[in-house]
Design a protein around this ligand. Sequence first.
Ligand code: FAD
Length: 388
Amino acid sequence: MDFRLGEHSDAFRAEARAFLDEALTPEVKAQMEETGIHHNWDFHRKLVERGWLAPGWPVEYGGQGRDRLEVLAFAEEFQRAGAPTYGTGTTLMIANVIRLIGTEEQKKLILPRALGGEIIIVLGFTEPESGSDVAAAQARAVRDGDEWVINGQKMFTTNAQDADYVFMLTRTNPDVPKHQGLTTFLVPLKQPGVEIRAVHTLSGERTNLTFYTDVRVDDGMRIGEVDGGWEVMTVGLTFERSGAQGGESVRLLSAMEHWAATTTDEHGHPRSEDPSIRARLGRAAAENEVSTLLARRSAWVESTQGTSGVEGSMGKLFASEAITRQGADFMDMLGPDGLRSMGDPTAIEDGAAEYSFRFALGATTYGGTSEIQRTIIAQRGLGLPRSR
Ligand SMILES: Cc1cc2nc3c(=O)[nH]c(=O)nc-3n(C[C@H](O)[C@H](O)[C@H](O)COP(=O)(O)OP(=O)(O)OC[C@H]3O[C@@H](n4cnc5c(N)ncnc54)[C@H](O)[C@@H]3O)c2cc1C
């Protein structure tokens, strides 16, 4: 068994690191920290210039045809560096859905602009009354000739303020079981009737509430069949759960290692000799290895057997719960000094532990909460009967 990603992946990882050293400037990082927006147009366009927006895509669609393990090595570096990739990620996720099941017109209209860095696409699944139970969506789409009229509300439409389209899950038939009356559309966001309100979370991220009043969308922007939205969602959500995991934990551990190696306690003893500090660092290192390996297994399953399912859920579940444990553990280790935040010159390691402690709250929620990931693993992995 060889857990390494191979020579090509190592070479691509080195190129990614060199790119990040240049493109992920202190200004880009500061902007993310100040605004909570994990999308940066300059950074995004630099990726496009390098041809790296979708390195794993086929060349004819604007990718580089790199294999799944190369793409994972690349993604590991971006995540470990804390690069602003959320807008890139949602755009590619939906562009991928269009590439696989969209019409020829949709591919022509959307893919060159998405891959060319001109537009970003965001996700409109969650509503005030439906998050985990995403199939309970109520935002209504009613047909009017060649168009549809949309009325409703979406929660947590992250990056809507920068986006051109929202990939929206709507209810087109309220009279059938919930999974059978859904349809997905690519709705242009820059039009009358769309209202975007900022929401700043405790994790430090900016997301949005979005409201839709008599918003019109052409039938040509329907993705999949009428009332066939659940099948489309199944394709999309698989992409959301696969990918690199645990980058934040790697960054946090490296900051804590640096602190332990370079400071002394009140008696002048190096902190790196304190058994309790060593135990916490050792535990985190083992957890980070597991997160990395679970994501690598998921990528390997994808590259050999098509899409991954339960492996992606396991990776997401483990990594997001690991950063939750580590954030709390390291805050405990640092004591009250650990409470100072990023940007405060007196903060320990630029507030890395405090930031991770808050960041973890969101990580176990988006992309499906921990309870939902466990349910998926129990049903699809262990074959237990479906819950409600
Ligand atoms: C920062 C951030 C960004 C986000 N970005 C987006 C985005 O861009 N687009 C988008 O559409 N959504 C986005 N989301 C929404 C995210 O996907 C949802 O928050 C998530 O799916 C949970 O839904 P909810 O918040 O309605 O919680 P609920 O579903 O109401 O869950 C509340 C609690 O009940 C538990 N629970 C629910 N159902 C079950 C069950 N069947 N069994 C056991 N426990 C259960 C949950 O695990 C959770 O602990 C974002 C969320 C956050 C925090």
